[in-house]
Design a protein around this ligand. Structure first.
Ligand SMILES: C[S@@+](CC[C@H](N)C(=O)[O-])C[C@H]1O[C@@H](n2cnc3c(N)ncnc32)[C@H](O)[C@@H]1O
Length: 389
């Protein structure tokens, strides 16, 4: 059976994340809707694992809209509901994904489905959001995956793929880890837990989970926290030049344990040290290095170009020093996933890039095209995936 994964606001990162974790190339997609046809697909585990996926489910059927009346499509959806009885009253949501031109012919589909079900003597409620779609949080709240139906329909040209959601992202759990942790430092920049998880997933390759992971700019420990949840038996090491940050990581780990979110076989090792000295501080090598890295001086939004260029020079300088050290701490074939920031103030855009230093240090640059950030953000995070050659 074919399945769909619906990406949130960063579809390219989610695609890369899903491909890394599933160890496949995803050939079919309709914008944020990605299709996977893989034996042993475990929807619950995958929804739990992938940070970028907001919903996932089964592909029920595919349709050629050219030959299909809206009424006939509504009949097919009603048939799907009939073969999955879930209570007296039918509660359904319906989201159509595609360009505004492509989705226009399906605008009235929910009304048509409602009418079709009523003609079949069913009591019906169509649940809808502001723009006709229904958020993952609402799907969860209304229990549409078990007590109702949440259809997700991808449209491209005249082709439609009809999916039924089986799992949704647990927004509360993500938000708890982001805002509930005791140590947060907005000044140095807190990595959103979703991006931390996504970056860890990008370090997965060839179906192998890392058994050891290092974050050499660990700050408050976001990467280590997500890694601990995914790989409770892995050896986790974090280091940072700033003792306050390392203390914060410790505090966050105590909290993670108290919340019962991890069951670690051993506590992560936390070290106060500049990345430049790690060769002396750490006597082991790692399967993966995942780190946000230094993002430069915080920006207020009115800095002139020379300030941004100084920031660029400083960040690139840290990577110039760090990359040879980290290359020695990474096992062959292992991935270093990090952030090289892009500074955006007004019309000025200054990007950092350490690919020449990475190559000199013995890395291959696998990805440098993935970005995480909102349109109004001053520091856009470019997510970089390096492989130790
Ligand atoms: C953007 S913050 C990382 C935040 C972290 N990902 C989190 O979620 O809390 C960058 C960190 O790099 C550290 N740092 C800066 N220069 C460093 C260096 N040369 N060696 C090690 N750590 C350094 C800073 O102290 C800071 O905690």
């Amino acid at each position: 059976m074919k399945h769909f994964l619906l990406a949130g606001i960063h579809p390219e990162l989610t695609l890369a994340e899903a491909e890394a974790v599933l160890s496949i190339k995803i050939e079919q997609r309709m914008g944020p809707m990605l299709f996977v046809d893989q034996a042993g697909f475990d929807g619950a585990a995958l929804q739990e694992r992938l940070a970028g996926v907001v919903k996932l489910g089964d592909v029920l059927f595919e349709a050629d809209l050219k030959d299909l009346e809206l009424k006939a499509l509504a009949e097919q959806l009603a048939d799907q509901i009939d073969v999955r009885p879930r209570g007296e009253r039918v509660l359904f949501g319906l989201t159509v994904i595609g360009s505004s031109n492509d989705i226009a012919p399906l605008k009235k589909l929910p009304i048509e489905l409602k009418r079709t079900l009523q003609d079949r003597d069913r009591s019906v409620r169509w649940v809808t959001g502001d723009r006709g779609e229904i958020s993952p949080a609402a799907v969860a709240k209304l229990k549409l995956t078990t007590e109702g139906y949440d259809f997700v329909i991808g449209v491209s040209g005249k082709k439609a793929v009809i999916g039924l959601t089986t799992h949704v992202q647990n927004a509360d759990a993500w938000s708890l880890r982001d805002y509930g942790r005791p140590f947060r430092d907005a000044k140095t920049g807190m990595l959103p837990p979703k991006l931390a998880r996504l970056m860890i997933n990008l370090a997965t390759h060839d179906g192998q989970e890392p058994t050891s992971l290092l974050d050499p700019f660990c700050g408050g420990g976001t990467v280590l926290m997500e890694a601990a949840m995914l790989f409770p038996d892995a050896v986790l090491v974090g280091s940072d030049i700033d003792p306050i940050q390392v203390g914060g990581s410790k505090q966050n780990f105590v909290w993670l344990n108290q919340e019962g979110l991890v069951a670690l076989s051993s506590e992560p090792k936390l070290i106060v040290a500049p990345v430049q000295n790690l060769g002396r501080e750490i006597q082991q090598t790692f399967d993966a290095i995942v780190t946000e890295g230094y993002l430069g001086e915080p920006l207020r939004g009115h800095e002139p170009r020379p300030f941004l260029m100084k920031n660029q020079e400083n960040v690139e300088g840290v990577w110039e020093d760090a990359l040879p050290v980290l290359a020695n701490l990474l096992n062959k074939g292992g991935r270093l996933v990090c952030v090289w920031p892009e500074f955006v103030v007004g019309k000025e855009v200054v990007s950092t890039d350490a690919s020449a230093a990475a190559k000199r240090a013995g890395f291959r640059v696998l990805r440098s095209d993935l970005k995480y950030g909102r349109a109004d953000q001053r520091v856009v995070r470019r997510v970089i995936v390096l492989e130790k050659a």
